[in-house]
Structure formats: structure tokens, C-alpha cells
Design a protein around this ligand. Sequence first.
Ligand code: ZN
Ligand code: ZN
Length: 112
Amino acid sequence: MSMGMIRCPVHGLTNIMTCCVHVGDAVDENRYEHAQVVIDRSGSHHALCDRCLAQALPQLQAPLEDPLEDGYLALDPSVVPYCDQDVKEWYAATGQGDLSQAISRARVERNR
Ligand SMILES: [Zn+2]
Ligand SMILES: [Zn+2]
């Protein structure tokens, strides 16, 4: 599950959902951006736009070779922490469905 907590002005202390900056901007501006949930090699989930997904795919699919590498998704620009309630509400409001289910589906895909 997502690591750490964040203080949201609306929801108080909540869990973190990390997003690429483009999805994060869309959440902030309350506009549509297609978001795909991925599970990185450290087991953390992130919501990425199509461009960042394309950038992330090679490292999501590559085996972890260095045992000291934690496998956390490294994007440029890097993912940013958001209130998971804000992202869930945005995801549903932009017609993309239930974010919790999308995360569960991504985990099933990842473990197959
Ligand atoms: Zn919030
Ligand atoms: Zn992006």
C-alpha cells in the first residue's frame, strides 16, 4: 500500500497517492487527464498520464538487478504525493471509475 501520510486541507491527515505531475495538475485544476495506475518494483502504486506511463514502462518491466536498488519508480519529473481522497474523488468525477478498484486490478496484473 502507499507509504506515508499527507495533511490535506479538506480531508486532514490521509494516505498518500503519488501521481505524475500531469495527473497532479489535472487533480489540482479539476480537469480530465487519462490516468493509469501502475505498481512499481518496490510495490508502490502511482497514477500516471499516458506520457509518463510510456516513460515508466521500461523500468517497470526490467528485472531488479542491483540488490541495493529499491525499485521505486524514477520519473523525470518525479511523481508527487497527493491526498488519496482527492485523487479518488477526481478519478471518479472525471469518469474514470473507482481508483481503489484500479489499484487492485493493477496489483493483480503485476502479480500474474
Ligand atoms: Zn484531500
Ligand atoms: Zn505525466
